[in-house]
Design a protein around this ligand. Structure first.
Ligand SMILES: [Fe+2]
Ligand SMILES: [Fe+2]
Length: 386
């Protein structure tokens, strides 16, 4: 059975399992639930979800529904080990009720300082778990003291469970889609001599960039998480490129280059087929996956392919992924070149900033040097893959 046949068979069986999935944006659902909860418990002014990344032991804000806050807590992340109270909740699996936040005003996490600054006085925190794994935390916050009585907590536990399920379902369906596509992608990368570690790193670089520049582009925190999930799929279409071209050690001739460039078009076709097979057309932000696959070789000056798009005509997510992908390609060895040092790779993308790569995405990566170095050290070839 050829790779394409087994891929199609896999997609078909996955589609059978997932045919009932219709997911709206988690943000919308949480906002909707917040409104309903607000009718019963008007004192609940904020509901927020933070996701946990077990690889880096980090917590990141994911969705939030606030009544009115002066400065939204966008793009906040921290290491779970720095928040012992959350670590304790994760271990015990039990809710934490704080009925007077002013008593922990001395707590020095950015999150608790922010709550304090915004006038929140009590909170309920629940762990979100799935299959024994910690997925994140759910926060109910109020501007009044002593809101979380036993009765209110009992009621919110039910709603909390529902929100936990929504988050789990959204993540599971996206991960199922991503898992399938990544399988194909890794086949392609094995042949291409690109490694799983490249995908691990570039997806994380892309998330860093998205978190840095997202708010200025009106993006919420789930944008960066979607970038993270979808970025590693940029080259899925390479499955369709013949070995004689993909593995050619020397320079490609014009005809071969044209065929190689087809990988973005082939990739989009594969993504579309899987999206419709899975019934995921309604999944929020699925358009980002399509944009990343088709447009990650477009360049700011219009010199890229397949459409020669320029500037803002290139979807933001493709500009982000292009920067992360080029940067990591520079910093690792390929059949035609040795690995560059990180310092040289940083210099080179700075040189490419503006004409080829979107200047704010390059700046974001340069601004995140310590995080980039940590990711680079953590995900080396032969280490864990996504
Ligand atoms: Fe590509
Ligand atoms: Fe790549």
């Amino acid at each position: 059975m050829s790779l394409k046949d087994s891929w199609q068979e896999f997609a078909a069986s996955a589609a059978r399992q997932a045919s009932n999935l219709h997911i709206a944006s988690v943000n919308d659902k949480v906002r909707d639930l917040h409104q309903r909860i607000h009718q019963r418990h008007p004192a609940i002014a904020r509901i927020a979800v933070a996701l946990y990344d077990p690889e880096m032991r980090r917590l990141k804000t994911f969705v939030a529904s606030n009544d009115h806050v002066t400065t939204p807590l966008a793009g906040y992340e921290c290491t779970i080990d720095d928040v012992p109270s959350l670590l304790a909740i994760a271990r015990s699996g039990e809710a934490r009720i704080l009925n007077d936040l002013s008593t922990i005003a001395g707590s020095d996490t950015v999150h608790s300082r922010w709550l304090h600054h915004e006038g929140f006085l009590s909170s309920l925190t629940l762990p979100i778990r799935h299959n024994e794994q910690l997925l994140g935390f759910l926060f109910f916050d109020s501007r009044e003291r002593d809101v979380f009585t036993d009765q209110v907590v009992a009621d919110l536990l039910l709603s909390g469970h529902l929100i936990g399920m929504i988050v789990t379902q959204e993540l599971a369906s996206v991960q199922m889609l991503v898992g399938g596509l990544r399988l194909a992608s890794q086949f392609a990368h094995v042949r291409d001599l690109e490694t799983g570690a490249h995908l691990d790193r570039m997806a994380r670089y892309a998330r860093l960039i998205a978190r840095e520049i997202g708010p200025a582009h009106g993006k919420t925190d789930d944008y960066a998480e979607n970038i993270f999930l979808f970025a590693a799929l940029h080259d899925i279409g390479k499955v369709g490129v013949p070995d004689r071209i993909l593995l050619k050690p020397g320079k490609l001739d014009d005809a071969e280059r044209t065929e190689m460039r087809q990988h973005v078009v082939v990739g989009l076709r594969m993504a579309d087929r899987l999206i419709s097979d899975f019934g995921l057309d309604t999944l929020a932000n699925i358009g980002m996956l399509r944009n990343i696959v088709i447009a990650h070789h477009e360049r700011m000056d219009g010199s890229g392919y397949p459409h020669g798009l320029a500037g803002d005509a290139i979807p933001l997510e493709a500009r982000i992924v292009a920067t992360a992908d080029v940067f990591d390609a520079l910093a690792c060895a390929r059949s035609y070149k040795p690995a560059w040092t990180l310092a040289n790779a940083f210099d080179e993308i700075e040189r490419m900033s503006g004409a080829q790569l979107y200047a704010p995405t390059v700046k974001a990566l340069l601004d995140c040097r310590p995080e980039v170095e940590a990711i680079y050290q953590r995900f080396q070839d032969g280490s864990h893959t996504l």
